[in-house]
Design a protein around this ligand. Structure first.
Ligand SMILES: [Zn+2]
Length: 289
């Protein structure tokens, strides 16, 4: 009694093999018998494909099944989920936060199993812009990382807006000092009576250790950043203290391991990170270059 299923070339090969096995469960038999029975379920072009296989190409049923699966793999029902994640696109005028939220809801609903695919779908779905450029440059590994970076990006944008809103009086120019200096230096240089200054000199002079450090936006929180072994090894930590290092009694600085200020306001860490950024050590963690 032969199997009652047929395979015409458009069905899912896996489903066909399962149906075949189910029907053949009670039929004992050698590999050869099984191969012949499976062959008897093939029709038309599929049978032609099978006949076209080189002689002795198949010696066991498993080999036959594997070849069959590979040949008709394309018929397998596509995983619907992955297509859905890739269908989520940022609308014109939709903010990054709105898109992130909408995408996040779909991720929860569809439960895509492949993290890299989720990350890829998000980046593909975004409208082009500086933030999508930064994602492409420092490709995120997980959707969580994307979430963190989007939130950091939004926070940074908000800070810029705040500064614009609370705009103060324009700082008076420092008594016009820099300009005459430059004119003076230029005239000396023209005469060639003095050795030319290296170009970076004025900048280095202007930025002293007392200036507040330039704040950078990193894709991870500062306390996570300083725990990354490669970075931990590069930073100088002052000796541990029980004193409050700053005015804010309840704020904890993970860098100093002390109360008094938060890690975000930590000047000492800020300067060191700024140095590391300038030397290119933190480029993988920077949100914007
Ligand atoms: Zn600190």
């Amino acid at each position: 009694m032969g199997p009652k299923v047929t395979f015409t070339g458009v069905e899912d090969p896996e489903a066909h093999l399962i149906a075949f096995h189910t029907q053949m469960m009670l039929t004992g038999g050698s590999d050869v018998v099984y191969c012949k029975l499976l062959m008897s379920t093939l029709t038309g072009v599929v049978l032609e494909w099978f006949v076209s296989l080189p002689d002795r190409h198949i010696s066991t049923f498993d080999q036959f099944a594997t070849l069959f699966r590979e040949q008709y793999l394309i018929n397998k029902a596509p995983p619907r989920i992955s297509y859905d994640v890739f269908d989520i696109k940022q609308y014109q005028g939709e903010s990054l936060k709105e898109f992130l939220n909408r995408f996040g809801v779909q991720v929860v609903r569809l439960k895509p199993t492949n993290e890299a695919m989720t990350v890829h779908a998000f980046i593909k779905g975004m409208l082009p812009g500086p933030f999508s450029d930064s994602l492409l440059r420092y490709y995120p590994k997980t959707f969580c990382e994307i979430r963190r970076r989007v939130m950091a990006h939004i926070a940074a944008e908000d800070r810029v807006t705040e500064k614009r809103v609370f705009i103060g009086p324009v700082r008076p120019r420092a008594a016009g000092r820099p300009q005459p200096m430059r004119v003076h230096e230029a005239s000396i240089e023209k005469k060639g009576s003095r050795k030319q200054q290296p170009y970076e000199k004025p900048q280095t002079r202007a930025r002293t250790w007392r200036d507040p450090p330039h704040k950078h936006n990193f894709c991870v929180e500062l306390k996570e950043l300083i725990a990354i072994p490669n970075i931990a090894a590069r930073k100088k930590v002052s000796p541990k203290t029980d004193k409050k290092l700053g005015p804010n009694k309840n704020a904890w600085c993970e860098f100093h391991q002390a109360y008094g200020h938060s890690i975000r306001n930590c000047l000492s860490l800020g300067h060191q990170l700024d140095e590391l950024v300038k030397n290119g050590f933190l480029k993988d963690y920077l949100l914007e270059s």
